[in-house]
Design a protein around this ligand. Structure first.
Ligand code: NAG
Ligand code: NAG
Ligand code: NAG
Length: 182
């Protein structure tokens, strides 16, 4: 091949390489993460409160008079591998939720899942959505992420695994289906 041909082919080869890089970069994989979230609204001997009410509103919910439309809680809930609080730590759920319905026990939940152990240590997943806490399964949108989850999309399924009727402390099962270039 003459050097002129090489010169002509070079830009073609470069653009094809760029296309390939683009295609590889656009490939996202789906990761299923399963863990448990400990929402401690009442301090117990084994844990301080990790959900703190910072705003108290005026109108009790019709079916849940203990809480009021407009109540806001800031959370830093432990995330663990298994449902038991003593099971290995995965990270924390940091953010807030507010009672955002005048009629139903429905939260607006805005939380960063901050991973502090395992393969995703140092990465986060941002979740923002409606959490109708009495529903058996709630779907929450993933709106982004950092680290290995940069640019993440996807969703999470939230289930109440346990709730204590006296303290209202809850253990939630979290299944996240995260699309990212992990
Ligand atoms: C959690 O684990 C601790 C220590 O292993 C155990 O004593 C406790 O019974 C467990 N709790 C539940 C609810 O399984
Ligand atoms: C998570 O990453 C931090 C920062 O790199 C490190 O200090 C810590 O030991 C790691 N934790 C685990 C459990 O691997
Ligand atoms: C609810 O929590 C209280 C305080 O920690 C505890 O004494 C009680 O046994 C719990 N109830 C159930 C059903 O686990």
């Amino acid at each position: 091949m003459s050097s002129e041909h090489t010169m002509l082919l070079l830009p073609v080869a470069v653009s094809m390489a760029l296309l390939l890089v683009g295609a590889v970069a656009a490939t996202k994989t789906t990761t299923h993460l399963k863990f448990y979230m400990h929402d401690i609204v009442t301090a117990v001997p084994s844990s301080p409160a990790t959900a703190v009410r910072v705003a108290r509103a005026a109108t009790p919910l019709p079916l849940e008079p203990a809480v009021r439309f407009g109540d806001v809680f800031v959370i830093d809930d432990a995330l663990t591998e298994g449902p038991n609080a003593t099971s290995p730590a995965v990270g924390t759920a940091q953010g807030y939720y507010m009672y955002a319905s005048r009629t139903d026990a429905a939260l607006m939940l805005s939380v960063n899942m901050v991973f502090t152990a395992g393969p995703h240590n140092g990465s986060t997943i941002a979740v923002l959505g409606r959490d109708a806490i009495l529903d058996p399964v709630r779907e929450l949108p993933v709106v982004g992420g950092t680290g290995v989850f940069r640019g993440a999309t996807g969703y999470g399924l939230l289930r109440t695994y346990l709730i204590n009727g006296t303290t209202f402390n809850a253990v939630l099962q979290v299944d996240m289906y995260v699309h990212a270039r992990v």
